[in-house]
Design a protein around this ligand. Structure first.
Ligand code: SF4
Length: 505
């Protein structure tokens, strides 16, 4: 019997890409390939039979990195002409056949709108003995109807929309992912229910701009309704979403968050800049006062909400006064944490050709000041939680130092990272279970909750998520696809970490 061919999907970029990669893995497994990582060490080949790059066009030097990675694979391709290399994602959508001109050893280039074509394109390239490039301008099949191989047994992403109708001048998404397309609420809920039936206890609703959900089928209140409908799903413990846009963040969504017990008290709301002049140049239609007003309304309705954000420093034309406005708004907003980016030119975006691009040294110096401020705010906010009890959904691999500190890690309801110690002789939770512990120390980037070892609160609640995780440990059979067509499937062994960056929505 010949061994099945192996695949290796290498992911760069945002959560959209992470989720798309789950689908690429599902498609390849349905086509008979097995994950390289699931082949036992000792017999595992150095390079898979099919290597797929799911690329990002947002990060600085994204193209240099891609061509560097492709160059590294060239000797393997020369040694084994049957090796197939595919490039998908945003760089592929942007560069198209330039990729096979610059790297003629690439076999397949596919775009963000046709990830479902990958297995057929690989077959065609093999049969025709030439590179296949297929980029579509718009979506043909909503990606969530494709087979999916999920990375976690107890938490899942569910796409509710793709694309974006905004035109932020720093962003490549509108040109690469197209206009917003919404999935029907019935389909979204069917996927959520199917996941919960398989043991998933936490779902994150995913879209470039989740709160405009419904624009395509004419229901402005659709996102709030969807959150409430998720509240009715028996067994679903935690609902999160990412990312909303401040301009479209309406009171009905705040009310739905506050009134739906399984919608978590956490909100990621991208500010980008505190200067109204810069927001105008970014073509972001809200202003800083409106942004702070939303935060007030959220905190009034959900007092324990933790709010996080994205910030861009050094947008073209940003003056010292503009930057001072960002510092002022960040101080007032009391974010629990922030993803902070230095502006860099992203070819193909309107901002790339704006005058007054700032020198790197200026951007760096402002960036450091902003980080210093945000660290101070995050630390003060986290110290304010000391002594409180938190409910932690235990995760595998969240704490890099867990081995050294003998702690376990997970996320609190408000999405804060928590490290906690298990008291001697006490029940040890499984990933996917929920633990209640008291916070003993608030650090700038995480909480320590060692109450259990000091004689305080320590309670483990076993969940269906923990059962699903445990079942998976015995079920990791290399080569056996854990995928079903058209419906989500969970229950795959842990996969290597991916490089994730926030796509500033
Ligand atoms: S930053 Fe977000 S809202 Fe703006 S265009 Fe990009 S995806 Fe749309």
């Amino acid at each position: 019997m010949t061994a099945p061919k192996t695949y290796d999907v290498r992911t760069h970029g945002c959560q959209m890409n992470v989720h798309d990669s789950e689908r690429l893995a599902g498609l390849l497994e349905t086509a008979g390939y097995v994950d390289l990582a699931s082949v036992p060490e000792g017999v595992r080949p150095e390079v898979a039979d099919v290597v797929v790059f799911n690329t990002c066009a947002v990060r600085e030097n994204a193209d240099n990195k891609l061509y560097g990675n492709l160059g590294q694979l060239r000797p393997a391709k020369t040694a084994n002409p049957d090796l197939q290399i595919a490039v998908g994602g945003c760089m592929a959508q942007k560069d198209r056949d330039t990729i096979v001109t610059r790297a003629p050893w690439v076999d397949v280039v596919f775009g963000t709108h046709n990830i479902g074509s990958l297995p057929a394109l690989l077959d065609r390239a093999r049969h025709n003995k030439r590179a296949e490039v297929e980029i579509l301008e718009s979506l043909q099949t909503f990606p969530s109807t494709l087979p999916t191989r999920r990375d976690s047994a107890f938490a899942g992403w569910v796409s509710i929309s793709v694309g974006c109708n905004n035109t932020c001048t720093f962003c490549i998404v509108p040109s690469l992912r197209g206009r917003e397309q919404d999935r029907r609420p019935g389909e979204v809920l069917a996927e959520v229910e199917a996941l919960v039936a398989q043991g998933v206890v936490e779902v994150t609703l995913l879209g470039q701009n989740v709160n405009t959900y419904g624009v395509e089928f004419g229901d402005r209140l659709a996102f709030g309704k969807l959150l409430r409908a998720c509240g009715e799903v028996e067994g679903l413990e935690r609902v999160r979403f990412t990312s909303p846009h401040p301009a479209a963040f309406t009171d009905d969504v705040i009310a739905a968050m506050a009134e739906t017990p399984n919608v978590m008290p956490s909100l990621h709301m991208p500010l980008q800049s505190g200067s109204d002049r810069v927001l105008r140049a970014m073509r972001r239609s809200y202003r800083s006062a409106r942004f702070l007003g939303i935060l007030d309304a959220v905190r009034t309705a959900i007092p324990d909400a933790a709010i996080t954000t994205d910030l861009i420093v050094g947008f073209p034309g940003e003056t010292e006064q503009d930057f001072a406005e960002t510092l002022r708004v960040v101080e007032a907003a009391r974010f629990s944490s922030a993803f902070t980016f230095q502006y860099s030119i992203r070819p193909g975006t309107p901002a790339a050709t704006m005058p007054d691009q700032l020198p790197k040294a200026v951007v760096q110096e402002r960036f450091e000041r902003l980080i210093e401020l945000q660290e101070r705010v995050s630390w003060a906010e986290n110290r304010g939680i000391e002594g409180r009890e938190v409910e932690v959904l235990v995760a595998p691999g969240e704490g890099r130092k867990d081995g050294a500190t003998a702690r376990l890690s997970g996320r609190a309801r408000d999405n804060r990272l928590v490290h906690f110690a298990v008291p001697a002789g006490a029940e040890r939770p499984r990933p996917g279970d929920v633990v209640t512990v008291g916070v003993t120390y608030g650090a700038p980037h995480h909480l320590v909750a060692d109450s259990g070892v000091h004689g305080g609160t320590y309670a483990v609640r076993r969940t269906a998520g923990g059962d699903a995780w445990e079942a998976l440990q015995g079920a990791a059979v290399p080569g056996k696809p854990a995928v079903s067509l058209g419906m989500p499937s969970v229950g795959v062994p842990p996969r290597p970490a991916v490089t994730v960056s926030a796509c500033s929505a």
